[in-house]
Design a protein. Structure first.
Length: 611
């Protein structure tokens, strides 16, 4: 096939000496094929708005509420007989044709790993379809691993090539117009990559000057030449195509093989209690033990590999270098046998069992606790109750230091930073509905993720866009895979424990208010409020590491080190032996994915543990 574009001279086609801008189709013309779609965020929202899902949720909540009312009427002795019978009959019909099928669908979806929200599930397929189109569209211009400028020029300047481009954009249009979310969505981030590709194909900026992923100066001008911009983004597309990394979830699964973590471990024999197991991370060869133990308490809603994502991004690897023996709580993925397990199990029974095992294996070793997020929230009252029990028995507290990572303990509508989320919970959370829908299968990861998205404005957009934005760096794509797998593969949450977490801790603020109860083998304390001041009396020092940019555990909620334990004058910034230490950094919630931020944490926590 001859290359270039042609014009008619003397009745014959001849190759033009020079291609003019008028010969090219522009990115604006191509984008106009799609028109205005939900992926454009013309409203200027600062986060993703799943409006159809929200409406459907309200409708489902209303239907279950109506059936609950009918049940109450049918059982009310004061209601006249025929009316009670009518209510019972309507309730039966509701259960047969409305609420019953909804419950069955939700539970089957969770059992098969799908999103129980049918609208969100459809959006998931839209993401898959859009990213596969991006892959094949990009691949059309990749030859021998490189983005071929000559082919792009030919396609963007010939009639058949322009028709090809328009046809492709029509496919993107069909997908976008079937999308239901608006705002800063995952699909909007994908569309930014499409727009970048259109600029590369046409080698023409958008008329408004928009250049996706361009580096800019503080005044908004381009930090590079347009040619340098094109070269950088050709590399970006080549890297994404080579790894087929347009869909972050699918890519992470392929890149990791479904396994993340870099440190060797074994499950401790006899530790299994329900689906919770104790991991022992073995000291690597060549590292001498310092004779001390780190007991890692993990959140209930994530895979525990947050502590061990990859080489250079592993808390466990960093603490191993200091010679610590490391044990970790692995909550597993709760099943039907765990639906009625509450926070007393996860926050007391488990720790009693595991620490008993550790002390038998290391009878004279000093034990330190390290916890992330809600793992720390739940372990603090456990340690206070442990101190109560030991001191009442005439024994000394056996755990004197606890290191917290982004662990919230204060939940109020004032300074904690949780007002917006508490308001959202009050308006939308219905524990009875959660039990009706998920009482046999536990709260699925997708429901937890939806709640997390509500308190992290635009997180779906920023995560995907940030991944694409770093794709110009040759190693950045594979380097991100373990974190992306962890992020997109959560675990279920016991339905009873979830209800207690929301009500007792998040809404009632029981830990901070001193009304949180735990069981005890000592009748004096059994199911009585935990005295958090026992942490100070028992000599427990708290290391509190928090982020000023953390929307999940705002700095105002991570105040354990300022409230309990060995609080002393000047302990916030200055490391003093035996005292608490609170450190606030300009970081977000999952700071361990950054080698720099993790190294800073490890340096600080090791200094605390050594004093």
């Amino acid at each position: 096939m001859q290359k270039g574009i042609f014009e008619i001279k003397g009745g014959v086609f001849v190759k033009k000496d020079r291609i003019t801008q008028e010969d090219k189709i522009t990115p604006d013309q191509l984008l106009s094929v799609i028109g205005i779609s939900p992926a454009d965020n013309l409203q200027g929202f600062s986060t993703a708005i799943p409006w159809k899902s929200k409406i459907a949720g309200l409708q489902v909540r209303g239907m279950f509420g109506y059936q609950k009312m009918l049940d109450a009427v049918s059982k009310d002795a004061a209601v006249f007989g025929p009316w009670a019978l009518a209510a019972a009959w309507q309730s039966s019909l509701m259960d047969t044709y409305v609420t019953g099928p909804i419950k069955a669908q939700a539970r089957m979806a969770v059992g098969s790993g799908r999103n129980p929200d049918l609208i969100a599930d459809k959006n998931g397929w839209i993401y898959k379809g859009y990213t596969r189109l991006l892959y094949t569209f990009t691949g059309f211009f990749i030859i021998d691993g490189k983005f071929n400028r000559e082919k792009a020029l030919r396609i963007s300047t010939t009639q058949s090539g322009k028709e090809f481009l328009v046809n492709y954009l029509e496919e993107f249009a069909q997908i976008e117009h079937n999308y239901s979310n608006v705002g800063l969505t995952r699909l909007k981030a994908m569309k930014e990559l499409l727009k970048c590709l259109l600029v590369l194909i046409t080698e023409t900026p958008f008329a408004n000057g928009e250049l996706p992923f361009a580096k800019r100066n503080p005044d908004g001008t381009l930090a590079t030449s347009f040619e340098a911009y094109l070269a950088e983004n050709r590399t970006r597309m080549e890297n994404l195509f080579r790894h087929n990394a347009f869909d972050i979830k699918e890519f992470s699964e392929r890149a990791t093989g479904g396994k993340i973590g870099c440190s060797e471990y074994e499950y401790v024999e006899g530790s299994l209690i329900h689906r919770v197991k104790l991991r022992h991370y073995l000291l690597p060869k060549g590292i001498k033990s310092n004779g001390k133990i780190i007991y890692l308490c993990t959140p209930l809603i994530n895979k525990p590999e947050l502590f061990d994502l990859a080489r250079g991004k592993s808390v466990i690897e960093g603490m191993h270098k200091e010679g610590y023996h490391i044990y970790l709580v692995d909550h597993g993925d709760p099943g039907w046998e765990e639906i009625n397990l509450g926070l007393d199990f996860y926050g007391k029974t488990v720790h009693d069992h595991f620490l008993s095992i550790i002390k038998k294996r290391h009878p004279r070793a000093e034990i330190y606790v390290m916890s992330y997020c809600m793992g720390g929230t739940l372990v603090l009252p456990y340690l206070a109750r442990r101190a109560q029990e030991l001191l009442a028995a005439g024994k000394k507290m056996d755990i004197k230091k606890v290191a917290l990572m982004a662990s919230p303990v204060k939940f109020d509508d004032e300074g904690s930073g949780h007002k917006a989320m508490r308001s959202l919970i009050r308006a939308n959370y219905d524990p009875l509905l959660m039990k009706e829908l998920f009482g046999a299968v536990n709260i699925p990861a997708q429901v937890i993720e939806a709640g997390m998205n509500e308190i992290q404005p635009g997180v779906q957009y920023t995560v995907v866009l940030g991944f694409y934005g770093r794709a110009e760096i040759v190693d950045a794509i594979e380097d991100t895979a373990p974190f992306l797998y962890w992020l997109t593969h959560g675990t279920k949450f016991s339905v009873r424990a979830h209800s207690q977490w929301i009500q007792n801790i998040f809404i009632d603020n029981q830990i901070y208010e001193g009304t949180y109860c735990l069981p005890s083998t000592n009748p004096e304390f059994d199911n009585k409020p935990v005295n958090m001041d026992m942490l100070k009396e028992a000599g427990v020092a708290i290391f509190d590491y928090r982020g000023s940019r953390d929307p999940i555990a705002p700095a105002g909620s991570c105040v354990a080190g300022e409230t309990w334990g060995q609080v002393g004058c000047g302990n916030v910034e200055v490391l003093s032996p035996g005292l608490n230490r609170t450190i606030e950094k300009n970081i977000g919630h999952i700071f361990v994915v950054s080698r720099k931020h993790l190294a800073e944490y490890l340096e600080s926590v090791n200094a605390f543990l050594r004093t």
